[in-house]
Write a protein that binds this ligand. Structure first.
Ligand code: NAP
Length: 284
C-alpha cells in the first residue's frame, strides 16, 4: 500500500523555520505584515482568510484585513489598492478572486505592486515564474505542491511529470515549477485524448481539475507519486479531491489525501512569501 502523505508535516516545518526568521527580523526592528483584501463576504474566502490569519499570527507576522463592500466601484477599489501598495508597513498583499462583475481583473492585476504580490496576481510575477526568477512569487497552491514533493524527497530531475488541468491558478504554474526542477512535463486538459494512457506514464501525477474523484487507478502508474489539488464535495456532502484516493492508494508510492493534503500547506506558503517579500524589500 502506498504512503498517504499529509500536508501538516510540511506545513509545520515551514512554520517553524519562518518563526525563527521573524524573531530575528524583529530584533532588527522589522515586522513582516500581510494585508488581505476581500470584496464582500464569500464563505470560502472567509474560511481561507481565517486559516491564513491564524497561520501568519502564529508565526509572528502582522496581519490586516481590508474588507470592501461588494458593490465597490472599480475606481474606488483601485484607490484602496494603491493606498496599500504605498503603505511601507505592508510587505505582502493577498486579494481574493474572482471579483464581483463591476471589477475588471484584467486592469487590476496591473495595479497591485509586484513586489508585494504574494499570490502571483501580477503579470510580472507570472513572467518571473516562467523565467525561473526567484525574486518573484509563484501562486501559493502550486508552490504548496512543490513544497510537499520536496518535503517527501520525491526526485523530480529527469522524471516524467503529468499535470492534469491548465488553469492559471493551478495547472500552468505547477507545470512551470516542475519544469524548473528539471522534470519532463506533459499538461493534460479537457481536450486531451487517451488521458489514462498519458497519465499512467507519469512518475509524478498532479491533478487540479475540479472533478470529484475522476482520476482512478487506471490513470496511475505502479509506484507513481500522486498529488491531488482538487477540492470538491462528494455525493454524501463530504470534501473530496479529484483523485479517487481509495482506488489509487495501492498503486501509488505516495498519494496526498483530501482534506489534509495540499490545502493544508497553502497558508504556510503564503506566510513564507510574506517573509520573503519583507526580506527583499529590506534588501536582506
Ligand atoms: P479551473 O479553472 O476550472 O480549471 C480546471 C482545469 O481542468 C481546466 O484546465 C480544464 O481543462 C481541466 N479539466 C476539467 N475537466 C477535465 C477533464 N474531464 N479532463 C481533463 N481536464 C479537465 O479549476 P482550478 O481553479 O484550476 O481548480 C482545480 C481544482 O483545484 C478545483 O477542485 C479547485 O477547487 C482546486 N483548488 C484547490 C486549491 C487548494 O488550495 N488546494 C486552490 C485552488 C484550486 P480546459 O482548460 O480544457 O477547460
Amino acid at each position: 500500500m502506498g504512503q498517504i502523505i499529509r500536508g501538516k508535516l510540511a506545513a509545520d516545518a515551514i512554520s517553524e523555520e519562518l518563526t525563527k526568521k521573524v524573531e530575528i527580523l524583529k530584533t532588527k526592528g522589522i515586522s513582516p505584515k500581510l494585508t488581505i483584501v476581500r470584496v464582500g463576504t464569500n464563505p470560502s474566502d472567509l474560511a481561507y482568510e481565517r486559516g491564513a490569519l491564524k497561520r501568519c499570527e502564529s508565526i509572528g507576522i502582522l496581519t490586516e484585513v481590508k474588507e470592501l463592500d461588494e458593490n465597490i466601484s472599480q475606481s474606488d477599489f483601485i484607490l484602496e489598492l494603491e493606498k496599500i501598495n504605498n503603505d511601507k508597513a505592508v510587505n505582502g498583499i493577498l486579494i481574493f478572486r474572482p471579483f464581483p462583475k463591476q471589477l475588471d481583473e484584467s486592469v487590476i492585476k496591473y495595479v497591485i505592486a509586484p513586489e508585494k504580490d504574494v499570490d502571483c496576481f501580477s503579470p510580472v510575477n507570472v513572467a518571473k515564474v516562467m523565467e525561473n526568477d526567484e525574486t518573484g512569487f509563484a501562486p501559493c497552491t502550486p508552490s504548496a505542491v512543490m513544497e510537499i514533493l520536496k518535503y517527501y524527497d520525491v526526485p523530480m530531475k529527469g522524471k516524467k511529470a503529468v499535470v492534469v488541468g491548465r488553469s492559471m491558478v493551478v495547472g500552468k504554474p505547477v507545470s512551470m515549477l516542475l519544469l524548473n526542477e528539471n522534470a519532463t512535463v506533459t499538461i493534460c486538459h479537457s481536450k486531451t485524448q487517451d488521458m489514462p494512457d498519458v497519465c499512467s506514464e507519469a512518475d509524478i501525477l498532479v491533478v487540479g481539475i475540479g472533478r470529484a474523484k475522476m482520476i482512478d487507478s487506471k490513470y496511475v502508474k505502479d509506484g507513481a507519486v500522486v498529488i491531488d489539488v482538487g477540492i470538491n464535495v462528494d455525493e454524501n456532502g463530504n470534501m473530496c479531491g479529484d483523485v479517487d484516493t481509495d482506488d489509487c492508494k495501492d498503486k501509488a508510492l505516495m498519494i496526498t489525501p483530501v482534506p489534509s493534503g495540499v490545502g493544508s500547506v497553502t497558508t504556510s506558503i503564503l506566510a513564507k512569501h510574506v517573509v520573503k517579500a519583507c526580506l527583499l524589500q529590506n534588501s536582506i
